[in-house]
Structures are given as structure tokens and as C-alpha cells.
Design a protein around this ligand. Sequence first.
Ligand SMILES: Cc1cc2nc3c(=O)[nH]c(=O)nc-3n(C[C@H](O)[C@H](O)[C@H](O)COP(=O)(O)O)c2cc1C
Length: 175
Amino acid sequence: MTKDVIQTIKDRASVRAYKPKEVPEETLEKILEAAHLAPSAGNIQPWEFFVVKNQAKIEKLTEIAYGQEWMTQAPVVVVICTNPDLSAAKYGQRGEELYALQDTSAAIENMLLAAEGYDLGSCWVGAFDEQQVKEVLELPAELVPLAFVTIGYPEGDKEEVRPQKELDEVTTIIN
Ligand SMILES: Cc1cc2nc3c(=O)[nH]c(=O)nc-3n(C[C@H](O)[C@H](O)[C@H](O)COP(=O)(O)O)c2cc1C
């Protein structure tokens, strides 16, 4: 039984330290399944997930992520790509520049929340050299790597709670 969705959202926080413990295959599958149930414009589902468990490859991805060394502790790194051509075919420029990114970001967030739901830690990593990722993973030309998501069992205490803007700072009620 996983947690209630609101509690899961509240509990999720980036985890950058992991135990050297494998993530069970069936749990990983459930996390990927949750990611691919995300909404997408026209139900195009332009995302593709590349699951990396090989330690040497994770070290390579860490290098490509400008040496974010903590990443090497993660037993799994999922490289999430989007295919803007699919969205462009239906929605033109708006599909290519906006929907493909929005759809795939929704899948990424689902992935983070699902990981939290299974008491795993995760972190969305966006700082990396896109071209090098394509080369190392030999990705098809049309795919754009959007994020790495590290997944594993958290090591140690949670990081300090991040400062959050006040809700009324970011909310305008239009009557
Ligand atoms: C688009 C994006 C890119 C990010 N890139 C990185 C990154 O390269 N390295 C990292 O450690 N965290 C990265 N993060 C995680 C953020 O730092 C983190 O979500 C933010 O500080 C809020 O903290 P929380 O996730 O604990 O709520 C990224 C998050 C997003 C959404």
C-alpha cells in the first residue's frame, strides 16, 4: 500500500544521497508505469525512458552532468527524453516547442511522486550536456534528453526543507 497522494506530494524532496541497495525490478516497473500514465497533449505521449543501471554508464552520465558526484551513489538513473517531432506533427510549432516539453515534464513529476510513494528517493537532474548524452546512449537523432532522474533508497536524514514561496505570492484570484 502506498501513501495518500497529498502526503506523497508533501513528503517528496530531492534526495542526493543513496544507500548501496538495488531497487527491486517490480518497483522500478511500477514507477515507470506511473510516469507513462501522465497526461499529454492529444494523448501523443512523446516521452521515452532509458533506464541506466550499469555503474560505468552512471559514472559517465555523472561526468556529463558536470560532475555532480552524488549521482554515482544512485543504483538507477532514468534518462527521460522527449520526441518533439511527434507533437509537431499534430500541433506544429506549439507542439514542438511547448507541448512535448510539458507532456514529458508531467511524466517526470509522476516518476518522482511514484518513487516517493514507494519510499524511494529521487532527484530531477537537468544540468547536463545534451549532445554528450545523445552520444553516450546512442539516442536516435529526433530524441531530446530532458532530464535524468536518480532513484534509490535514501541515505541519512532528509535534506533541510527547502524555502517555499508563500502561496499568495504566486496566486491571483480572478473574479
Ligand atoms: C528542471 C529542473 C532541473 C534540475 N536540475 C538539477 C540538477 O542538475 N542537480 C540537482 O542536484 N538538482 C536539480 N534539480 C532539483 C532542484 O534543485 C530541486 O527540485 C529544488 O531545489 C527544490 O527542492 P525539492 O526538489 O527538494 O523540492 C532540478 C529540478 C528541476 C525541476
